[in-house]
Design a protein around this ligand. Structure first.
Ligand SMILES: *Cc1c(COP(=O)(O)O)cnc(C)c1O
Length: 498
């Protein structure tokens, strides 16, 4: 089947370190030889840049702030340690996430606990060390009250709220208190003289699903109204945490994204050859030959992303006519955010080795990778960026590209690394490398499993002017030692890495 005419490229944005390292195939091959396939290679430089860019927006709006990097988006400890090195915080969501950060020497005041389920051991650790906790429900409050009483300690809490009114409807969430009920709960239950008298209220928190700027703007304004009401009752709101969900832009060209989406629909309706394996609709519903709905995929192309997205939230205007930033400034509330994916934009790549080539019974070229599907998976129906094909030997002359599919090591029919058809530079050879760029945020870690007793992929970092690759724990350790011996903290650490 001639796919070439209908293939739609999706060209990824690549940070200079990614362009550099993928031009040095020897370094990638060394990493695979040392750590196995696939290997995740990270770099701290973009992380520095992302946090700095968020900070600059708060600074520009004259707002106090602290950024709490959401650890759950990536397992590497080095990012957490670096966040602290940049004078920012870390949002932890489990006992081990919190414990590892404390062991790494990150002080409690830089940590936040937002776990969706808070076990007694997690709360004991947080309360013993004095880590602020974002609370979700009354049972948590009871447990915290009991633990804090037993330990003779107090605990500072932020109240998670949701159910904001937007365009006349309340936004659904399973988390936290309804914004309309939070004031009564806080005033009647928390602090001295109330049943949860070991808990000290200090702020509000939300994290919204989806990527709407206006919803976040309205949510902030409704939190400020709640803070005003609480102040009237003697509860001071020191901080407002807007969670994560800041959009990332992965793709260079809007035209490619639009063309892919149009052509995918045509393909699923049978008007052009398939763009995906067995014409997978990526979450659209197919009814009577019509593709209905939208693909259930991350919006890989966005015009407003990262720091621009944050700026637009702060510039959102409410019905009073003033901006969100002005309203926050007036009340002298310190802003917090918990970026996961966006803090990790451009921070990691995943490299895998080609194990075999074959043709399936419909004539599709299948390229088997030493890798499994959970090692490149998010909640999106597919990861829609072109992988880079790095041949193991120079490609002779002008061989035509080949089109096919990447399959993985789990013994399932649906075990494809990418559902989308891939363009190879030339007919792939055993030992060639495939590089997936920009995978540090959720793609390489969130759903990774150890089925078939496969080991988890190794996590490494590029250091020393791009010439050396070392393991995450080794780097985290050295960052820690540097931080302890270096009064300026950040300056020396930044110097070592690209
Ligand atoms: C997942 C999550 C985040 C991070 O979200 P991103 O989309 O990765 O930025 C932050 N805060 C909370 C409470 C979360 O659940």
């Amino acid at each position: 089947m001639n796919r070439q005419a209908h293939f739609r490229p999706l060209t990824p944005i690549m940070h200079p370190w990614v362009a550099d390292i993928t031009a040095h195939a020897d370094l990638l091959r060394q990493a695979i030889d040392e750590y196995g396939s696939p290997v995740n290679i990270h770099c701290l430089q973009p992380f520095n840049e992302n946090l700095t860019a968020f900070g600059a927006v708060f600074h520009e709006k004259q707002l106090d702030y602290r950024i709490y990097f959401a650890r759950k988006a990536n397992k590497c400890l080095s990012f957490a340690v670096r966040s602290h090195g940049l004078f920012q915080g870390i949002d932890t969501a489990s006992y081990r996430e919190l414990h590892q950060c404390l062991i790494a020497g990150i002080p409690a005041e830089a940590l936040l606990c937002t776990a969706a389920v808070k076990t007694p051991d997690l709360l004991e650790l947080a309360i013993a060390r004095g880590v602020e906790v974002v609370i979700d429900n009354e049972d948590e409050c009871r447990l915290m009250q009991a633990i804090a009483t037993r330990m003779g300690r107090r605990v500072t809490v932020n109240i998670r709220v949701g159910g904001f009114t937007f365009e006349g409807k309340s936004l659904h969430t399973r988390f936290g208190w309804d914004i309309r009920e939070a004031a009564v709960f806080v005033t009647n239950s928390i602090g001295k003289g109330n049943r949860f008298d070991r808990l000290d209220y200090s702020g509000l928190h939300f994290h919204l699903n989806g990527y709407s700027i206006a919803q976040r703007g309205e949510a902030i304004l409704q939190c400020l109204a709640l803070a005003d009401r609480l102040r009237g009752e003697g509860f001071h709101t020191a901080t407002l945490d807007i969670g994560g969900g800041i959009l990332v832009n992965y793709l260079q060209y809007r035209d490619e994204w639009d063309a892919f989406n149009r052509t995918l629909k045509d393909a699923v309706e049978g008007k052009v050859p398939p763009l995906t394996y067995l014409n997978h609709p990526l979450g659209m519903t197919v009814l009577d030959g019509k593709a209905l709905g939208e693909p259930q995929v991350y919006p890989y192309y966005s015009r407003v992303y990262k720091e621009h997205f944050l700026r637009r939230i702060l510039e959102h205007r409410g019905s009073s006519g003033s901006t969100v930033a002005e309203e926050i400034r007036k009340r002298k509330i310190a802003m917090r955010m918990e970026p996961g994916r966006s803090a990790l934009d451009q921070c990691g790549i995943t490299v895998a080795r080609v194990a075999f080539r074959k043709t399936d019974n419909r004539g599709n070229l299948l390229v088997g990778l030493e890798m499994n599907g959970t090692q490149l998976r998010s909640s999106s129906a597919d990861f829609l960026l072109d992988p880079l094909h790095i041949p193991s030997a120079p490609v002779a002359g002008s061989t035509p590209p080949e089109f096919g599919f990447l399959v993985g090591a789990y013994c399932l029919e649906q075990e494809l690394i990418l559902k989308r058809c891939v363009r190879f530079l030339t007919y792939p050879q055993v030992g060639d490398l495939m590089v997936f760029v920009n995978t540090a945020g959720y793609l390489m870690h969130f759903y990774e499993s150890e089925a078939h007793q496969f080991e988890l992929a190794a996590n490494t970092f590029l250091v020393s002017d791009g010439k050396r690759i070392i393991g995450d724990s080794k780097l985290a350790n050295s960052l820690r030692i540097n931080a302890a011996t270096d009064i300026l903290g950040v300056a020396t650490q930044m110097g070592i890495y690209r």
